[in-house]
Design a protein around this ligand. Sequence first.
Ligand SMILES: Nc1ncnc2c1ncn2[C@@H]1O[C@H](COP(=O)(O)OP(=O)(O)OP(=O)(O)O)[C@@H](O)[C@H]1O
Length: 270
Amino acid sequence: MPLSTPPAPQSLQHAPGPQHRRPAVTATGLWRAYGSGEAQVVALRDVSVAFAAGRFTAIMGPSGSGKSTLMHCLAGLDTTDRGTVDIGGTIITGMGDKALTKLRRDKIGFIFQQFNLLPTLTAEENILLPASIAGAKADPAWISQIIRTLDLQERLTHKPTELSGGQQQRVACARALATRPEVIFADEPTGNLDTRSSGEVLRFLRKSVDDFGQTIVMVTHDPSAAAYADRVVFLADGQIVRDLDRPTADAVIDTMRGFENRVPLAGEAA
Ligand SMILES: Nc1ncnc2c1ncn2[C@@H]1O[C@H](COP(=O)(O)OP(=O)(O)OP(=O)(O)O)[C@@H](O)[C@H]1O
């Protein structure tokens, strides 16, 4: 987790716009349990949530509340026990491995806490890799625009080990955006970055929503990072317990404090 993340500048906060945008991703009645019998852990309990196209949503919640499980189920990286996930009009739950791999390649961009760049490839090759695997020709004007926006022009021939953490994550952002995916899932994208690099990455994610219409769903522990989003969905004990529009870092902190003091409801795991 970064020491702190700079506050979202006023001009970069929150995409304006209607609440009735079409959903890019919809989860309906998701259940996911791990293990069985006494040792069973129910990670998701009947989660239904939609993520509107062209919006930036953060997912927050205490450790173990089900954030990663939800993101993995939404992205087709984990299976669900019950319920459906729809990405851009395609129901992905129940798809075979081959179809899922293709769908992830064509419709989803990923940004991970550990960057996950291929060490033997240059920054530019890493950025172009998803398009080339998909057998598509990346649009050169679009790629140049992303590279300029991320200020990576001077770094394109560098391998990941020759780049700072912040530069590596900017390359990962460019890679995620290169194919203009239906949705980008970002899992703690600033978790390994210092304050300055965190701000650069979050401002870019915000800009990609505002200027390029990108849809982003980001798991984070950091209230300052969540304040860059248009909306924060809070999980506790595998359920969505709050949904905050136009979040400020203070409102996010207050909401999180509420969960820490929350008394479990009857029948809920403590
Ligand atoms: N593969 C697994 N096998 C068994 N239990 C699991 C597995 N993955 C997750 N869990 C359990 O499911 C629950 C939800 O885990 P999950 O990783 O989704 O939470 P999280 O909110 O992302 O936590 P953190 O903030 O600590 O990363 C936890 O109790 C966790 O121990």
